[in-house]
Design a protein around this ligand. Structure first.
Ligand SMILES: [Zn+2]
Ligand SMILES: [Zn+2]
Length: 262
């Protein structure tokens, strides 16, 4: 049996990732409408009722905007950091009451169906922001988006990962010369912003050297990046580091991806 990952959407207009192992299914973030989530899960023969849990990385709209309607219709248990849970209870009306919110402590695994999940803190401008590490059947997968730089909490967590979804948000030169106002450029480039293609390349080399066979570039900026540019930059860095054998993909922006399996 394989550990499988799909993206239902990826980018600043919405993020949603599915992890599956056998009959166990987890969603990371619900940053697209409940309708799109339901339709895209339906393509795979699933409904939100099949989910063993929904793990939230942080409370930016591109990660939670479908959560309210989804949780109104489906009793899916939600997992997030303590700070994110507190924020969700305030901002998502359908989560204000009831017992669907469960807070996770970074580094402490929780068993959800046949998949073990744990969080690690990420440097980003949302309090309690995290990435996730999953393991099942002896394989490990990670979701690492929305981070300003490769903080030690991130690199320490990401050892011996077989499959990783990693942020390749922008090309630094394109961001500097592109349409974003100066304050927004500073936000994106800052320690609590987003990973550039080049920083993603560094992370990819690190992951490949510790055993990753499959990497998926994600959360690309629509204005300051293209799938071609991100893939070129990262694959060049991987090849220069002697890691050219890694399978490299780019997650599509607003449609269900192919399956990424290990
Ligand atoms: Zn964010
Ligand atoms: Zn985001």
């Amino acid at each position: 049996m394989q550990l499988q990952m799909y993206t239902l959407a990826s980018g600043s207009s919405g993020n949603c990732v599915l992890l599956s192992y056998g009959e166990s299914h987890l969603l990371v973030d619900a940053g697209i409408s409940c309708r799109k989530i339901t339709t895209r899960l339906g393509t795979l023969g699933l409904t939100p009722g099949d989910l063993d849990g929904l793990l939230v990385t942080h409370t930016h709209a591109d990660h939670i905007c479908g959560l309210n309607v989804l949780c109104k219709r489906w009793p899916v248990p939600i997992y997030a950091s303590g700070e994110t849970c507190a924020d969700l209870a305030r901002r998502v009306p359908s989560l204000a009451e009831g017992d669907t919110l469960h807070s996770l402590i970074p580094g402490e695994p929780v068993q959800l169906g046949e998949i073990s999940a744990q969080s690690f803190a990420t440097p980003h401008d949302a309090p309690g922001s995290v990435g996730y590490l999953f393991s099942a059947g002896g394989k490990r997968a990670a979701v690492v988006t929305d981070l300003g730089y490769l903080a030690p909490t991130v690199s320490d967590a990401l050892t011996q990962v077989d499959l990783a979804l990693v942020e390749a948000n922008h090309d630094v030169d394109w961001l500097r010369t592109g349409p974003y106002p100066y304050y927004l450029q500073e936000r994106v480039l800052g320690k609590y912003g987003h990973l550039s293609n080049e920083a993603c390349g560094e992370l990819s080399v690190r992951l490949a050297r510790s055993g990753a066979s499959t990497l998926v570039l994600a959360h690309l900026s629509q204005e300051n990046n293209t799938p071609q540019r991100a893939k070129e930059t990262v694959s060049h860095m991987l090849e220069s580091a002697g890691c050219g054998g890694v399978q490299l993909y780019v997650a599509p922006r607003d449609e269900l991806s192919q399956a990424y399996c290990v």
